[in-house]
Design a protein around this ligand. Structure first.
Ligand code: ATP
Ligand code: MG
Length: 566
């Protein structure tokens, strides 16, 4: 195959890497890194970056580091570090080097001194507000700080004083001396260091000055000899600064490449917003199954395979778009359809009494565990005189095209018999409390020897054997597709969906507790409740009471049937 035929299948980053490999730019080396700030839990957007960085290293036989960009001690915690490492591993990746920007604080300090000596950095006494005023606007050049022309000696003395704690927090900064008239605002003498007395989760109280992200990040990449420093598009205008630092320091220069971040409909993604949801108790925590965090998705029942397949499908580009949440859900269905064993559960039960079934009798029927996977085998499901079926599977006055149970109508009970409804019992309020039915003993297994057909098949659970379980049904976290778009003066929380969680007591067939189905991914047990969706066993489960989360509904067929039936 000609090289040209292959090129279109490569994303633009891999095209750059192949061109670099061809030209020998990095001597054929590929070294990437995933650089989270440990100020929150990872979300599905980070998964895109993880798959890209680790996937690229794997594709080209290179290496990928995990580096914590920990330069904001006030917001960072060990809990976040631990959760990030756990999530990266769970997604199926293993880092080559494990590093922290804080490992480099001494080196970064020495390099800052080197820039001062070169006349390329100075200590500035302007307050943050004054710095802002001097910065100018995109259309107007900024003005030089009155401290810009301090002598090298004075700068060295003051910077050392900053480090030694001689000045109060915020009193001074170290700034790069670049160009206050640059059309790129990031080059208008950006701050490199600020004074901040905060205990760092790793370096404790050793430092009271901390490097700014723009100064720490590129130099950390350089120390690790990263070849391709892949980041999201908002850093595009920071690239000239990234390049300026390594050039002025005369150190190894990685190539920064920007791609578009992942946005998903019906959810929010920034850690700041997710932190608000946790801190203000809108949700139960970082791993609430409604969260777009990796830990929330895992608890909900997502598998690493589904998340990786989703990231593969969305691809990598510079196009800023919003991906439909439905794509993520589809990726999960595709994976679980092959892996998850089927069971029967009834979410909103109504009792069925089979009048012609012998009193006191029960029997065990054969049910297939996973029609998509013969190796999953079969199980026994108990059947008896009283069953539960879904309330929605019965209609007293069925509309045209309703194929489920109705007075005088016959349906198939999944894995069991044909069942016909003869009468209904109502309580004083007029609510149906019981259906009286008859079954056809000749239809065991689901087919009639006389060849008569039924159109509807419904699931059921034997009332005598049913296990009550808690089921948590989820809807979108936000009630609008683009929750970040809010009226003036309001924040995204106005768009939270007040009905994103519904808790039910469902009736489950007993085999789930007696023979736990195999785990479908990374420790979370996921089962398909026939016709209802995929459900994960929640960590809130106890020996006496199972709790399930609906990970995702089944594909549209059931929804369509529901609509038709109504
Ligand atoms: P957030 O804005 O959600 O707080 P962040 O960019 O501040 O995220 P970092 O911890 O700095 O979070 O991110 C680590 C890496 O993950 C960075 O390289 C960042 O570009 C990437 N990343 C973060 N969010 C997304 C996203 N939505 N899509 C793709 N990559 C992302
Ligand atoms: Mg960040």
């Amino acid at each position: 195959m000609a090289a040209d035929d292959k090129t279109p299948s490569l994303n633009f980053i891999h095209q750059i890497i192949e061109a670099d490999n061809a030209s020998g730019k990095f001597a054929g080396r590929v070294c990437t890194r995933f650089p989270p700030e440990p100020n929150g839990y990872l979300h599905i957007g980070h998964a895109k970056s993880i798959c890209l960085n680790f996937g690229t290293a794997l594709k080209y036989g290179g290496t990928c580091n995990l580096r914590f960009d920990d330069t904001n001690p006030e917001k960072e915690e060990q809990e976040y570090v631990d959760s990030i490492m756990n999530d990266v591993r769970w997604l199926g990746f293993q880092w080559d080097g494990l590093y922290y920007a804080s490992d480099y604080f001494d080196q970064l300090y020495d390099w800052a001194v080197a820039l001062i000596k070169k006349g390329k950095a100075y200590v500035c006494d302007l307050t943050p507000d004054e710095v802002r005023e001097h910065r100018g606007t995109p259309n107007h050049a900024g003005t030089n700080s009155p401290f810009r022309d301090r002598s090298v000696e004075e700068n060295l003395k003051l910077f050392e004083g900053m480090k030694n704690g001689e000045f109060p927090d915020g009193a001074r900064t170290l700034r790069a001396k670049i160009d206050m008239a640059s059309p790129n605002i990031n080059l208008r003498d950006p701050v490199m260091y600020r004074i901040l007395r905060a205990t760092h989760h790793r370096t404790g109280d050793k430092w009271c000055i901390y490097a700014m992200y723009d100064y720490a990040h590129g130099q950390s990449d350089s120390i690790e000899k990263i070849t391709h420093s892949i980041c999201t598009l908002e850093f595009e205008h920071h690239r000239p600064l990234y390049d300026w630092f390594v050039k002025e320091l005369g150190i190894y220069a990685p190539q920064q490449i920007e791609f578009s971040r992942l946005n998903l409909t019906y959810t929010v993604m920034s850690k700041r917003k997710l932190l608000t949801l946790v801190k203000d108790k809108h949700l139960s925590g970082w791993d609430d199954p409604r969260m777009p965090t990796i830990s929330g998705l895992r608890r909900r029942g997502y598998t690493p395979e589904a998340i990786r397949a989703f990231c593969e499908r969305i691809g990598v580009s510079k196009y800023e778009g919003t991906i439909e949440m439905a794509w993520l859900e589809d990726a999960l269905r595709a994976d679980l359809n092959k892996k998850a064993e089927r069971r029967m559960a009834v979410l909103r039960p109504i009792k069925v009494v089979i009048d012609n079934y012998p009193d006191g009798q029960t029997e065990e029927l054969d049910a297939v565990n996973n029609p998509e996977d013969p190796s999953a085998g079969t199980r026994k499901v108990p059947f008896g005189k009283e069953l539960y079926i879904e309330r929605a599977d019965f209609h007293e006055d069925p509309p045209k095209g309703y194929f489920r149970l109705a007075p005088g109508k016959e349906v198939r009970l999944r894995w069991a018999y044909f069942l016909k409804c003869n009468s209904v019992v109502k309580d004083a309020a007029g609510t149906i409390s019981e259906l009286h039915c008859t079954y056809d003993p000749t239809t065991k297994g689901g087919n009639a020897p006389d060849g008569r057909k039924v159109k509807g098949t419904i699931h059921w659970v034997s009332a005598a054997h049913a296990i009550p379980v808690e089921v948590r049904l989820y809807d979108h976290l936000c009630k609008v597709p683009r929750p970040e778009e809010v009226p003036e003066g309001q924040d995204f929380t106005v768009n939270l969906n007040p009905n994103s969680l519904e808790v039910l007591t469902a009736m489950l067939e007993p085999s789930v507790t007696s023979e736990p189905p195999a785990s479908a991914g990374g420790g979370t047990r996921v089962i398909q409740f026939e016709r209802l969706g995929y459900f994960s066993v929640d960590k809130d489960s106890t020996a006496g009471k199972l709790v399930f989360n609906r990970a995702v509904t089944l594909a549209d067929t059931w929804a369509k049937m529901e609509k038709k039936g109504k």
